[in-house]
Ligand binder design. Structure first.
Ligand code: SF4
Length: 403
């Protein structure tokens, strides 16, 4: 041991990190959903999964990886359908890894499984934010989505979360068959009325093989005109901004100081570890080697993305992960692509270092991105209002500039 820094190196884990834990249970499957989840089973099945999550956390903790956990996101699935078991996940993290005091801890919830008692337990257990899956406050639209809650339950759940002293984030969805602009406006107003500090707005994606996609592709349900969906996205920005809830990412809005630190980590190239079936993570090559994420990594790999087996049994019995290796050039392109999801955009020097100046200049000619802060110390590229509506075009061109 040659220096104080060496000793400190042993005491301090390598770098700050972020954890996502996937709780794979739902009350029933929504008509549009292709996330991995199974119908909630008996207590034994839940216990087996919680023990598997605990074991996976301890494996990472024993390796002193990934480092001090700054944010924890317990998602799914619907973590709240397992009741206080969702908090058991938070306790497993505390026992298995260094979790920074006052860390940002988010748990996903659905309105039908929020109770005052459970929210009190969450708040006492250190949960700082509950992300409530509402999607719509219009009963007819909720029916199209095949969700099990009512608008009244959503309002009541939101009030319960706020009363327990936690930050409330509301998830909304637009571009749903049968959803009018008026219905969407009422949903936005209702979301603002809940006191939410954070709102996520996603346009519906018809995932292949889901009941809603099948209903649309067979003509049983009329799809939404893409222009109408774009109008809804633009209305969301205007209505939420007027209420002081500003867009900070393509699909996310927050009151100042209430942005999701966990999600920001995804968009700024920080490491994150996925725990549980179907969970994903991203680490540097050295961490991936230490954790044995792949039998062999190519010499030029600097970043590794991995996905756990998307099935409870396979995951429990150590089923193979998917592993994607990125070179330095790919990692830089990815950072630019993710940075363009943010309203603040991405530093022009990072764009130049990634060799993407010409690509962004092309996109600027199409008015999809713009360069701002010229002449100052922090020239940046950022996505325009038109670019937000054509996000796939922007992000696709940055990821594959030669196609
Ligand atoms: S509650 Fe969420 S994860 Fe569960 S089926 Fe519905 S959309 Fe999917």
């Amino acid at each position: 041991m040659s220096s104080i820094e060496d000793i400190a190196g042993l005491l301090e884990p390598a770098f700050p990190a972020h954890l996502y834990v996937h709780v794979p249970f739902c009350r029933m499957k929504c008509s549009y959903c292709d996330f991995y989840s199974v119908p909630i089973g008996n207590k034994d099945q839940i216990d087996v999964v919680l023990r598997g999550i605990d074991a996976e956390l301890r494996q990472w903790g024993a390796l002193r990886l990934p480092g001090v956990v700054e944010t924890l996101y317990v998602g799914g699935g619907t973590p709240t359908v397992i009741g206080p078991g969702a908090l058991q996940v938070v306790d497993s993290v505390r026992n298995g890894m260094p979790l920074r005091a006052g860390a940002d801890i988010t748990v996903e919830a659905n309105p039908d499984s929020v109770t005052g008692e459970l929210m009190y337990v969450f708040a006492m257990g250190g949960v700082t934010r509950v992300s409530l899956g509402v999607q719509s406050f219009d009963e007819k639209v909720i029916g199209v989505l095949g969700r099990v809650h009512t608008p009244e339950e959503a309002v009541s759940a939101a009030e319960t979360i706020v009363a327990a002293g936690m930050d409330l984030s509301v998830d909304l969805m637009c571009g749903i068959p049968g959803q009018s602009l008026e219905s969407w406006r009422e949903t936005l107003d209702a979301a603002i009325g809940t006191g939410a500090a954070h709102v996520s707005v996603y346009p519906l994606t018809l995932e292949e093989g889901t009941p809603l996609e099948v209903a649309v592709s067979t003509g049983l349900v009329e799809p939404v005109d893409p222009d109408a969906a774009a109008d809804m996205m633009m209305l969301a920005e205007d209505v939420l901004a007027a209420a002081g809830i500003e867009r900070y990412e393509v699909a996310n809005y927050a009151r100042p100081g209430h942005e999701s630190l966990h999600n920001l980590a995804y968009w700024t190239g920080d490491h994150y570890i996925g725990i549980g079936p179907a969970a994903h993570g991203m680490v540097d090559a050295a961490t991936a080697r230490s954790a044995g994420l792949a039998e062999a990594l190519a010499e030029d790999t600097v970043r590794v993305r991995f996905g756990n087996a998307p099935d409870i049994d396979e995951w429990l019995f150590g089923g193979r992960r998917t592993v994607e290796q990125l070179t330095a050039a790919e990692a830089m392109r990815e950072d630019v692509m993710l940075g363009l999801r943010l309203v603040r955009g991405v530093d022009a020097t990072a764009v130049a270092a990634a060799g993407l100046d010409a690509t962004l200049e092309d996109l600027a000619r199409l008015e999809l991105v713009e360069r701002v802060g010229e002449g100052g110390p922090h020239a940046r590229w950022r996505t325009t209002a038109k670019g937000w509506l054509l996000g796939n075009e922007v992000f696709g061109r940055v990821w594959s500039p030669d196609e």
